[in-house]
Design a protein around this ligand. Sequence first.
Ligand SMILES: [Zn+2]
Length: 268
Amino acid sequence: MALPVGSAMVLSRRIGGRSTRLAVFEVFSWRVEVRPGVWVAFTNAAAGNLALHVGDNAGDVRRRRSELERAAGLGARGFQYMNQVHGNEVATIAPGPAVPAPTADALVSRGAALAVMVADCVPVVMVGSTSGGGPVLGVAHAGRPGVASGVVTAAVTRMRALGAGEISAWIGPSVCGRCYEVPAGMRAEVSAVAPGTWCDTSRGTPGLDLPAGVRRQLKSVGVAVEYSGGCTLEDDELFSYRRDRHTGRFAGLVWTATGDGTKADIDG
Ligand SMILES: [Zn+2]
C-alpha cells in the first residue's frame, strides 16, 4: 500500500555566526495557540498516515507519531490516541504519559495531550475553562453514527463533569454536505435525530451535512465554535476515505505547553 510518508524539511540557519540545523515539519494544515499555553492543530497528508488500523507498517506509523510530537513541542509526552469504533463512549484520561488506546470515540482530560484520527469523519477539538487549575481538553470522532448517537454532546457533558465552564470547539476538515451522498432513507433517519444534517449534494442527490449537524449539537449545549475546516474530499492535502478507500488518517490535536495545564492561564 502506498501511503504518503511523513516529511521533514531540514534547514540550515546561521545564528550568531554558528550554523544550526533546524528541522521544520510542515505537518499541520492548521495550528493555533487558542489560549495562552493551549494549542489546537489539525495535521495534513504531509504528516503521513497516523493510524495503526489501516494496514500501514506499524513502525512507520510510530515514527510519524514521534515526529508529530516533536513538531508540536510535546517533549517526552505523547499524544493520547483512542481505538475509534463509531460509538459514543467517552474516556477520561489522567494527565501524564499516554496510556494504551482505550476503545472510545471521545477523550477528555485535565491536561493530557489528546488526538482524534479521521479521513472524512468530523474531528472535534474542545477546550474548557475552569475556575481554578488548568483547562479541560476534549476530542471527539463524529462520523455519521457518532453524529446520530450524540458523541460530541456526550464529550461536552463529561468535560463539564470535570469542571469545564465556558467551552469552545474547533471543527477540523471533513467531508462536506455537497460531497457526502447517502440513500434517501439514511438521510431521513440521521436527520431525524441530528437536525441540521439534511441536505442535497452538489449533484442534487440526497446528502448529509455532518459538520452542520455537529455545529447544531454544540450550539444546543452552549459551546461556541471558533473554527470550522474545509472539505476533505475536495482537498488533496488531506486524507479522504471517500476519495481513496486505502487512505491514511490525519489527526485533530489539543495539548497544553506544560502537560498539566498549571501554566495555561485560561481562567476568568
Ligand atoms: Zn465537499
